[in-house]
Design a protein around this ligand. Structure first.
Ligand SMILES: Cc1ncc(COP(=O)(O)O)c(C=O)c1O
Length: 393
C-alpha cells in the first residue's frame, strides 16, 4: 500500500476507535430526523404540479447561470422570494452550503475580522477559512462575549479600517435555539459591522406565512438593515438550493465575484419552477405551523417528564443529550430497529453526542408518544447493559 492509502487507513481506524465512523444508509422508519419540516418533499399538490412540468423542462441546466444555465423561472423565483422576505434582491444558487461558503468568501478577505458563533454551520466556518479572514469565535448565543470581542477589536483598530462581519444562524440546527436579535441589532448599530443571518432551519416554520425567525422577532424596518440573509430550499421547501437575499448591488457584486456561483452548473431548471409553486404553498400553511409547534411543545414536556435531558431548545428541533458516542449509537441503532428514524449526532458535527429529533408536519401525537415510550425502553436496556458489564468486572 502506498503512503497515502496507509495514512487514510490509519485515519479511519482512529475514527472507528472513537465511535465516530459514519456510513451512508438508505432511510427507513418514521421520519424524526429530516429537515422536511412541512412535508413538502412529498406534498400531493407539489407532486401533481411536478407531473405537469416534465414535458416542458430539460433535465439539466447545461451550464452555469452566467453562460446558458439561466432560466426565466430562476429570475422569477428570485423576484418572488425577495418580495416574500421583503428584501431588495435574491440570488439562487445550487445549495445552502454554496450560499454561505461563497457569500462569506466573497465579502471577507485576509484583512477582515469575522465574528462567528462557535456553533455556526460548517458552510459558514469553511467560508471564513477560505476567505483568509481573521476568525473570532464567540460563545454560543453569548452576545456579551461578542460585544467584548468587538470592543477589543476597536482597541486594536480604533479607526475601524478593517471590515468586521458577524455571522449567525437564526435557529441553530443541532441545538434548536436562537440568538436575541434585538440585542444583536443594537450591537450592529454601535459597532457598525456587516451582518449575515442564516435562516436555513427557520424559513417555512417561524413567523407569519413562514417568513422566518427574523420576522417573528423583529419589525420589518430592522430586518432591512441586515446586510445578507441566507436561506435554503433543502429544508422546509423539500427541494434543493440556496438563496442569498441582499441589496441589489450586493447581488450584482456576488454575480461578479462569487466563485462557487460563477464556476458551477446552475441548479436544475425544474427546481425554480417547483420553488415558486412551493413558496405559495408554504405561505398558506400557518395552521400546519401551529400544529407543528404544539407537537414540539408536547414532546418536549413529555421527554422532560420522563427524565431525559434536552438542550435549551425553543423549537421543533429537539436534541436529546447523551453521555457518550457509544450511548448515542446504541439509542440510534435500537430506534432504527423499532422503526423510528432518529439519528445519533456526534463530534465533530456537534461538541457533545446527542440524538437530534426534528419534527415535521406529517407526524402525529401518536408518533411522538411511540417515540417517548421507545426511548424509555431503550434507556432501560442501556442501563441494564451497563450494570451487567460493571457486575462482570
Ligand atoms: C444552518 C445551515 N446552513 C446551511 C446549511 C446548508 O444548506 P444545504 O443543505 O441546502 O446545503 C445547513 C445544512 O444543514 C445548515 O444547517
Amino acid at each position: 500500500m502506498s503512503l497515502h492509502w496507509e495514512e487514510i487507513q490509519t485515519k479511519l481506524e482512529s475514527i472507528k476507535e472513537k465511535q465516530l465512523f459514519r456510513e451512508t444508509k438508505t432511510y427507513q422508519g418514521i421520519d424524526f430526523c429530516s429537515n422536511d419540516y412541512l412535508g413538502l418533499s412529498s406534498n400531493p399538490r407539489m407532486l401533481e404540479y411536478y407531473q405537469t412540468l416534465q414535458d416542458e423542462y430539460p433535465f439539466g441546466s447545461t451550464a452555469s447561470r452566467l453562460v446558458r444555465g439561466n432560466f426565466d423561472s430562476m429570475d422569477l423565483f428570485e423576484k418572488e422570494f425577495a418580495s416574500f422576505v421583503e428584501g431588495e434582491a435574491a440570488l439562487l444558487v445550487s445549495t445552502g452550503f454554496v450560499a454561505n461558503f461563497g457569500l462569506i468568501d466573497s465579502i471577507a478577505a485576509p484583512d477582515c475580522y469575522v465574528f462567528t458563533d462557535r456553533l455556526n454551520h460548517a458552510s459558514i466556518l469553511d467560508g471564513i477559512r477560505i476567505s483568509g479572514a481573521k476568525k473570532k469565535y464567540y460563545n454560543h448565543l453569548d452576545l456579551e462575549h461578542l460585544k467584548s470581542l468587538l470592543q477589543k477589536t476597536d482597541l486594536e483598530d480604533p479607526s475601524r479600517k478593517h471590515k468586521r462581519i458577524v455571522v449567525t444562524e437564526s435557529l441553530f440546527s443541532m441545538d434548536g435555539d436562537s440568538p436575541n436579535f434585538k440585542t444583536l441589532l443594537q450591537l450592529k448599530e454601535e459597532f457598525g459591522f456587516v451582518l449575515v443571518v442564516d435562516e436555513a432551519h427557520a424559513i417555512g416554520v417561524y413567523g407569519k406565512e413562514g417568513k422566518g425567525i427574523l420576522f417573528r422577532d423583529l419589525p420589518t424596518e430592522s430586518i432591512k438593515s441586515i446586510d445578507y440573509r441566507v436561506y435554503t430550499l433543502g429544508k422546509s421547501f423539500g427541494l434543493e438550493g440556496g438563496v442569498i437575499v441582499t441589496k441589489k448591488i450586493g447581488r450584482d457584486h456576488l454575480v461578479n465575484v462569487m466563485r462557487s456561483f460563477i464556476f458551477s452548473t446552475a441548479p436544475l431548471p425544474i427546481i425554480s419552477k417547483l420553488a415558486i409553486f412551493g413558496l405559495n404553498l408554504l405561505r398558506s400553511m400557518d395552521e400546519v405551523r401551529v400544529n407543528l409547534h404544539s407537537l414540539a411543545y408536547h414532546l418536549k414536556q413529555s421527554l422532560l417528564d420522563s427524565g431525559f435531558v434536552i438542550t435549551n431548545t425553543e423549537s421543533h428541533i429537539i436534541p436529546l443529550l447523551l453521555n457518550s458516542e457509544k450511548e448515542a449509537l446504541f439509542y440510534g441503532k435500537r430506534l432504527q430497529e423499532i422503526g423510528l428514524d432518529v439519528r445519533a449526532i456526534r463530534p465533530p458535527t456537534v461538541p457533545t453526542p446527542r440524538l437530534r429529533i426534528s419534527l415535521n408536519a406529517k407526524l402525529s401525537h401518536e408518533d411522538t408518544n411511540s417515540l417517548v415510550s421507545a426511548l424509555v425502553k431503550i434507556r432501560k436496556e442501556w442501563n441494564d447493559q451497563l450494570n451487567n458489564s460493571t457486575n462482570h468486572e
